[in-house]
Design a protein around this ligand. Structure first.
Ligand code: PLP
Length: 399
């Protein structure tokens, strides 16, 4: 008899964004005259950089002529074009990290690879994930039936949990700068994680989707800035937040040649997995992505990143003035704040929606340690961010 993957039945329904949407829509229906501002957006809003658009236009022209037409991508690097891979290597070299082309795998984004990478690991491994957490790490492991152990991220550790020597884990998820908390690890902190992983023969899955928001020089932008990381870490990256590619879809995953477990190269396993189950990212997309890490590309994307950074600063300044505790906002588009007056996350959501007409995301939706916290994002317009902060200040100053 056919059997389904019954692990799917163990997934918890995610009501977070659906409930945020429903509550917001209901409020707007009841109060059509109100201007509701969404500081809950986890998606970029600014258009692609001109160099990217130009490269994509040129790539479309290439596809229109027999002499320059492209079919499947090159086999050599699992369908990644060498020009794109070389530009990614250049971006790493500027961080002081030397990689080889065969270590970079072009993907259609970080979410797919966060899930797909698990194909190369046994379902018997124990997985360590922070709480609160980007829900994809949990759900993809539940689908495979893996044992999940949580590590507490909280105000005491600045939402940056460090290894507990008493916990044995095989696969460790680290996300820095973090979604939802905006907290980012320093190189020294990552060194402790790398040493812990090496000691246990564990593998760190390092999600660097927000690394381009880091400006503080003491913080790591890649786990490979830390010695020993190439022996224990896979890094998952994305053009989504770096260059506004959420709708274009492109990312890359680094699996170093030095990463070997049970005498087997994880790079070889991943190459085999990708060449079997994946046929690459479109030529037009890859050419657009290759333009991102050129000198002009980096200059242009930094204009967009600075725009979001300024919004984050506006929100952080508002919270500073209100004396509200928060993480993030400085090296991240996310601001994770403690709900004032001991309010629970959903109570604060309702309070803010009804009294300031501002929408955020309740922290409790990201895990039990998120209760009492709230996520605001910097992806809105500068005007609406300023207006939202003005309203939040007026409301909370009164209390
Ligand atoms: N990783 C984290 C931590 C994210 O917050 C997101 C998107 O919000 C992703 C990965 C997914 O990125 P992509 O658009 O590249 O799939």
């Amino acid at each position: 008899m056919l059997k389904i993957n019954s692990n799917f039945l163990n997934l918890k329904d995610s009501y977070l964004f659906a409930t945020v949407g429903k509550k917001t829509a209901a409020y707007k229906k009841e109060h059509p005259e109100k201007d509701v501002i969404r500081l809950s957006i986890g998606d970029v809003t600014l258009p692609l950089a001109p160099v990217v658009v130009e490269a994509m236009h040129k790539a479309v022209d290439d596809m229109s002529r027999r002499e320059t037409f492209k079919g499947y991508g090159p086999d050599q690097y699992c369908y990644g074009y060498e020009s794109l891979i070389r530009s990614i290597l250049g971006s790493y070299a500027r961080k002081g990290v030397q990689l080889q082309p065969s270590e970079v795998f072009v993907s259609d984004g970080a979410k797919s690879d966060c899930g797909n990478i698990l194909n190369i690991f046994s379902g018997e491994n124990t997985v360590l994930v922070p709480d609160p957490v980007y829900p994809v790490y949990v759900d993809t492991n539940v689908m495979d039936g893996r044992n999940i152990v949580y590590m507490n991220a909280n105000a005491e550790n600045g939402f940056l949990p460090m290894p507990d020597e008493g916990v044995n884990a095989d696969i460790i998820y680290l996300c820095s700068p973090n979604n939802p908390t905006g907290a980012a690890y320093s190189r020294e902190q990552l060194k402790v994680w790398v040493d812990y992983a090496l000691k246990r023969n564990a593998v760190i899955l390092y999600d660097a989707a927000y690394e381009y928001f880091v400006t503080d020089k003491s913080l790591a932008r890649s786990i490979y800035e830390v010695e020993g990381a190439q022996q224990c870490a896979i890094e998952i990256c994305s053009y989504s937040k770096t260059a506004g590619f959420t709708g274009v879809r492109c990312g890359y995953t680094v699996v170093p040649q030095a990463l070997v477990r049970e005498g087997v190269s994880l790079n070889k396993l991943w190459a085999r997995r990708q060449s079997t189950k994946f046929n690459g990212v479109s030529y037009v997309t890859q050419m657009g992505a290759a333009a991102v890490f050129t000198e002009e590309g980096e200059r242009q994307i930094s204009e967009n990143l600075n725009y979001y950074r300024k919004n984050a600063q506006t929100i952080a300044q508002c919270l500073d003035e209100l004396d509200i505790w928060y993480t993030g906002g400085k090296n991240s588009p996310y601001i994770w704040l403690k709900c004032p007056n001991g309010m629970e996350s959903w109570a604060f959501f309702d309070y803010l929606l009804e009294n300031a007409n501002v929408v955020g995301t309740p922290g409790s939706g990201f895990g039990k340690n998120g209760e009492g916290y709230f996520r605001l994002t910097a992806f809105g317009s500068a005007e609406s961010t300023r207006e939202a902060c003005r309203r939040i200040k007026a409301l909370l100053e009164k209390k």
